[in-house]
Design a protein around this ligand. Structure first.
Ligand code: SAM
Ligand code: SF4
Length: 341
């Protein structure tokens, strides 16, 4: 262990006293789906040379954990379309000090990969599921097959994953009538469930975000037609508020970037596919970690020193808060797939 790892001052604390303990890493901008709120139908993806290699991602993870990060989420794009991702999970899961390694996936490849991921040391899965109707699922994802995702959810359970969470983006007039069926499905399968308000990331010409916006308050109201929701405390430092339904083990979360200000206890940063350390989802403040990795001597010690210095320097530019609004044009021109949702 180096001096830096032992030194408590090596943890990442920003100008507002918030310690960074949670990092989401986008391992690819590519995806086998084209969800209407996330991607345009005809997407141009980044050239290989511009995205971080799996080795570079592993180096970043090693240094983030050495700087006090205890939770890493691998996301994308669709993380499971990147070949070698299971080996990446295997190397990150070994890092001493890392408490939780999670992945957000669309579930389309879990039938084959749930077991290898579990063996490689992945702790937890979030699986996106916006509809239980085969035709509608295909419309919302443009290319996805519901049966594969449902089989993937079953495979995750069979592989021993616990506390798997479903992510649902609710869009007015598209799937808001499925709120209760999705809650029932989650309860029957012992899954946690999070409803996500759509965020204004990237302009998608064939999709009007203001028209599709459906608030967490409205979702809660729909659930209360059938269930009692009991609020539970939240210590994740994130935008989620959690509830329980009496008699059921799972939790129901509501992720509301518009309706509630959760920035005060933000503990997270993101690494984009091209290696930009993004200090806030709703702002462009960032640090080019790819340049830090690639420019200079390539031996482990030199790279580690450069990366840790850059991580600490980035703390000075983490913004205090974001300013999302669902009825104004997006200020953020990146898409969620490259950002790491
Ligand atoms: N492909 C994986 C998946 O779909 O789970 C991981 C990446 S995806 C970008 C992560 C999460 O972001 C998904 O749950 C997706 O529904 C959500 N998402 C994508 N675009 C969004 C947007 N504009 N607003 C809110 N959530 C969004
Ligand atoms: Fe792909 Fe996930 Fe975006 Fe859907 S939300 S297009 S599955 S990256």
């Amino acid at each position: 262990m180096s001096m830096l790892e032992k030194n408590p001052e090596s943890v990442l604390i920003d100008n507002f006293g918030r310690q960074i303990t949670y990092v989401r890493i986008s391992v690819t901008d590519r995806c086998d789906f084209r969800c209407v709120y996330c991607m345009a139908e005809d997407m141009t993806f980044m050239p290989r040379s511009e995205i971080l290699s799996l080795e570079e991602i592993a180096v970043l993870a090693r240094n983030l954990v050495a700087c006090g990060v205890t939770k890493i989420r691998l996301t994308g794009g669709e993380p499971l379309v990147r070949s070698g991702v299971v080996d990446l999970v295997g190397s990150i899961s070994q890092l001493p000090g890392l408490q939780e390694l999670c992945m957000t996936t669309n579930g389309s490849r879990l039938q084959e990969l749930a077991e290898p991921l579990r063996q490689a040391g992945l702790d937890r899965l979030n699986i996106s599921l916006d509809s239980l109707d085969h035709e509608r699922f295909h419309e919302l994802t443009r290319t996805g097959q519901l049966s594969k995702v449902l089989a993937g959810i079953d495979a995750a359970r069979a592989a021993g994953f616990e506390h798997t969470k479903l992510n649902v983006v609710v869009l007015k007039g598209r799937n808001d009538d499925e709120i209760l069926p999705l809650v029932r499905y989650a309860l029957n399968h012992q899954l946690d469930l999070s409803f996500i308000e759509e965020m204004p990331l990237g302009v998608i010409t064939e999709h009007d975000r203001a028209e599709a916006f459906f608030s967490s308050d409205d979702i809660r109201e729909a659930i209360r037609d059938e269930y009692v929701l009991e609020s539970v405390g939240d210590d994740t430092g994130g935008p989620s508020r959690y509830y329980r339904i009496p008699g059921h083990p799972g939790r129901i979360g509501f992720i509301s970037p518009h309706s509630h200000n959760f920035c005060g206890d933000c503990n997270r940063v993101r690494v984009t596919t091209e290696g930009r350390l993004l200090l806030c989802l709703g702002n462009e403040h960032s640090m080019d970690l790819r340049a830090v990795l690639r420019d200079g001597p390539r031996d482990d010690r030199s790279v580690d020193e450069r990366v840790r210095a850059a991580l600490h320097a980035s703390m000075a530019i983490k913004p205090e808060k974001h300013h999302f609004s669902h009825d104004e044009p997006p200020q953020i021109l990146r898409f969620m797939n490259a950002t790491g949702g």
